[in-house]
Design a binder for this molecule. Sequence first.
Ligand code: HEC
Ligand code: HEC
Length: 352
Amino acid sequence: MEGFMTKKSFVAALSILATLSACSSKAPQKPSEEASPQSLTQKRGDEPLKIIPQPKVVNKPLVELGKKLYFDPRLSKSGFISCNSCHNLSMGGSDNLTTSIGHKWHQGPINAPTVLNSSMNLAQFWDGRAKDLKEQAGGPIANPGEMGYTHELAVAELQTIPGYVEEFKQAFGTDTIDIDKVTKAIAAFEETLVTPNSRFDKWLAGDDNAITKEEREGYELFKSSGCTTCHNGEAVGGSSFQKMGVVEPYKTANAAEGRKGVTGKDADRFNFKVPTLRNVELTYPYFHDGAAQTLSQAVETMGQIQLGKKFSPEENSKIVAFLKTLTGDQPSFQLPILPPPSDTTPRHNPFN
Ligand code: HEC
Ligand code: HEC
């Protein structure tokens, strides 16, 4: 291969590439794994929102293994449900359903939050009951209403798949698979699911033309109304637990009590993790009960119950326009091809 291209033609090819990417303001979305580690640099330093960093791949074999496990329905009892079933990476890392569908069509109790940028959350789940992504990842596999399997059976099954045994060996230096290694790999993959380069980040980096006048006015309203007291920082949320219904109580038929379920304290009743608003255009419906079907509805409810504000239709649509500037480059990669089973790998029957 080397020497095949002359130096001159190589330089010419490079300059064509440079022109191509300079011409298209909507450059093709970069695969997050190969994205340059160079983040945009914040020029508007005193804004409550911060530029989201580029994803980093620290340990490639571990991330590749985690990606396969993320897409592998053999981690479920039915052989049909994978992490991607409810956190679909073609749909903003969510399922776009009010509440999720689990094992045997079980109706989930709560809306599935996005996995995108979830590594930035102060804790995982609406009530923060898992401290990090690794701890979180064990939950759904053994949850009877989600993947309905057990850690023991899932691990034993992986151990019968030669391709996995080889990949665990590469990633961990040992061919003994356990749940700790499984969740570590999935978490490493999830850490790469960061969505940089949104138009709003470009604006934060100093590009005045990256957002329109209407979007800019929406951002000013977002700040001046007080939304940024809770939705701030790199992830525009994810950094605190807050009451749902500060000014007015939130009415819902959903039984979730939020943080109280973890701390046992009455004062924590209805405190939920503030969700990230990154990619919020993609992650409908909204709130822990999935009750707000549209962004406009979610903004109206937030104004009313968190801040005691009634936005005019114009104000509402400006804030919505601003929120849509937070959609970043989505993770993009080739669908992983999962390693085939051996004759001893159990076959799943979803109807048992
Ligand atoms: C049946 C649907 C379903 C499946 C399958 C599923 N999840 Fe979830 N996931 C949810 C729901 C619902 C929640 C919110 C639960 C809660 O907060 O109580 C959630 C929460 C999460 C969170 C926390 C995000 C946040 O902001 O708090 C992460 C991360 C996550 N899931 C990753 C995974 C991984 C990894 C897998 C595969 C091992 C997986 N999920 C499988 C439905 C699912
Ligand atoms: C006091 C803190 C606080 C303030 C102020 C606040 N929010 Fe929220 N926001 C939250 C919490 C907590 C949730 C999740 C509540 C739930 O689902 O029960 C949330 C959820 C949302 C959601 C839904 C996200 C999702 O993925 O479900 C949107 C959109 C949103 N807020 C926008 C806004 C806007 C716009 C404002 C200003 C008008 C605002 N918020 C003000 C705390 C706050």
